[in-house]
Design a protein around this ligand. Structure first.
Ligand code: ATP
Length: 301
């Protein structure tokens, strides 16, 4: 049984269609990322899956139950962890107090000390919430999301506002949770985060899914054009090269090809035979961000 199934989900706020005919599923143990521009419908979708918003139509199952069913909502809440974009926590409580209070809502919570250490707040354990920096507050949000030892964790932009080292710590934590079998559904605007964490992604644009796949294959980026670049060796003219060249800019040669093995074989054989180097040689595929921008901009048009 998948952790999440969504079929033909639709949600409107008055005339505004926030989610239109969205379908996807998330397997148990998977890290699944929802991407999309501001206002694409990500938060609406995940809050429906958590049972915090009602859908207009479609079928949704979270851990095998309908999140809108009031008979199973309490059961569901004890099995999921939620990190919203903004969490209102009592400012005068300490980190340890809020975590201890929330741990009490769950049947088999993690130890509060373990959570404090997992999210890197050991030195702030007894500090009041209102004295935490923005990034420390975000760490506490994540701590509150995992204190109940959830089977399924929803993370809405978990690393927004964190410094680079805080982001890496969060990635490490998410990897550990996933390795222990926690299913994770996250939203993010950071493509490096998707590449570092996600098994699969879905791109939302204008309330619809415009692409799904693994980060390395999204939009066909694993099979598309590859760009090979290097600096022209001294004493060599473009016409001497064994392969056709697309551009030459300030001594940098650029070759675009879908048959990169053949081109690299020809180039490297030619250079080795002549005892030449190809300075700054690089081979690059289209980036995930390129694919994402192409998908969402094309859709905007
Ligand atoms: P972001 O990346 O900015 O967090 P998002 O993809 O999470 O965006 P949503 O918050 O799901 O987007 O919003 C989708 C659309 O629905 C937006 O146009 C938003 O203005 C609208 N919307 C969201 N919540 C409400 C609401 N409570 N009432 C009316 N419209 C809403």
């Amino acid at each position: 049984m998948p952790a999440i199934t969504v079929e033909n989900l639709q949600k409107s706020y008055g005339d505004k269609v926030a989610v239109a005919d969205v379908s996807f599923d998330v397997q148990r143990g998977e890290v699944f990322a929802l991407l999309g521009p501001n206002g694409a419908g990500k938060t609406t979708t995940i809050e429906i899956l958590e049972g915090f918003r009602r859908r207009s139509s479609g079928t949704v199952e979270t851990l095998g139950v309908d999140p809108a069913d009031t008979n199973t909502q309490r059961w569901l809440r004890t099995r999921i962890g939620v990190v919203l974009q903004e969490l209102a926590v009592e400012p005068f409580y300490s980190v340890r107090q809020v975590l201890t209070r929330n741990a009490g809502y769950y049947p088999s919570p993690r130890s509060v000390d373990e959570v404090i250490s997992l999210v890197g707040l050991d030195e702030k354990a007894d500090a009041r919430v209102k004295t935490l920096s923005g990034g420390q507050q975000r760490r506490l949000d994540v701590g509150l999301g995992i204190v109940g030892n959830p089977e399924l964790l929803f993370l809405d932009e978990p690393t927004t506002g964190l410094d680079p080292s805080g982001r890496r710590d969060s990635w490490e934590l998410i990897r550990r949770l996933a390795a222990d079998g926690t299913t994770v559904l996250l939203t993010t605007h950071y493509m490096d985060e998707v590449e570092a964490l996600a098994d699969r992604v879905a791109v939302l644009s204008n309330a619809r899914i415009v692409a799904t796949g693994t980060p390395s294959s999204l939009g066909g980026r694993d099979t598309g054009v590859v760009t090979i670049r290097f600096s022209l060796p001294e004493g060599i003219a473009l016409g001497d090269l064994p392969v056709p060249v697309h551009t030459l800019h300030e001594g940098r040669v650029e070759i675009r090809t879908e048959d990169e093995l053949k081109v690299l074989y020809a180039l490297s054989g030619w250079a080795l035979e002549r005892g030449l180097r190809l300075p700054g040689l690089s081979v690059a595929r289209v980036t995930l961000e390129d694919v994402y921008l192409a998908l969402t901009r094309e859709d905007e048009k």
